[in-house]
Design a protein around this ligand. Structure first.
Ligand code: 5GP
Ligand code: ZN
Length: 142
């Protein structure tokens, strides 16, 4: 389940050092090496899965549980006012390390950052019928 070419697998295997803040059999969390804010933390499944779609549901639920707990710890540790919690899921969304990871990015009042809405490209102007069609498609493929 480990990929020799993957930086995060090498962190899991202890071959690359990290500031680890959590570890159990399934998940691990460590500080981002190039933090966007103090306390910027990455939470990963230990097994190598490239995108969220590849992660078995039980593992995903466990990783989310860790993310949920650490989100509170991280914010308290750096006295943050808030946090953005997000995955870059796939290359087109900006994912650079192809091993699923959730970001916890602490935020501070007037830190000059942006909300998660800032990450997308040009906004589409969708009609109600188009929204219906998309919702139906999601419903049938879920
Ligand atoms: P992505 O763009 O794939 O969502 O984010 C990858 C993150 O991994 C980046 O924020 C980057 O700073 C971080 N990163 C890349 N290489 C390493 C590393 O070797 N160690 C740690 N701790 N973080 C890394
Ligand atoms: Zn990996």
């Amino acid at each position: 389940m480990s990929n020799d070419d993957c930086i995060f697998c090498q962190i899991v295997d202890g071959d690359i050092p990290s500031h680890t803040v959590f570890e159990d059999d399934t998940a691990m969390a460590f500080l981002d090496a190039n933090p966007l804010a103090p306390g910027h933390t990455l939470v990963i499944p230990k097994a190598h899965h490239e995108t969220l779609e590849d992660v078995p549901e039980e593992t995903a639920a466990h990783v989310f549980g860790v993310l949920h707990r650490l989100n509170t710890s991280v914010q308290h540790a750096v006295d943050a006012d808030a946090a953005n919690v997000a995955f870059n899921d796939g290359e087109a969304a900006g994912q650079e390390v192809p091993h699923v990871h959730g970001h916890i990015i602490p935020r501070f009042d007037a830190d000059g950052g942006s909300p998660i809405h800032a990450v997308a490209g040009q906004r589409p102007d969708l009609t109600d019928a188009e929204l219906d069609e998309i919702a139906e498609e999601i419903h049938t493929t879920r």
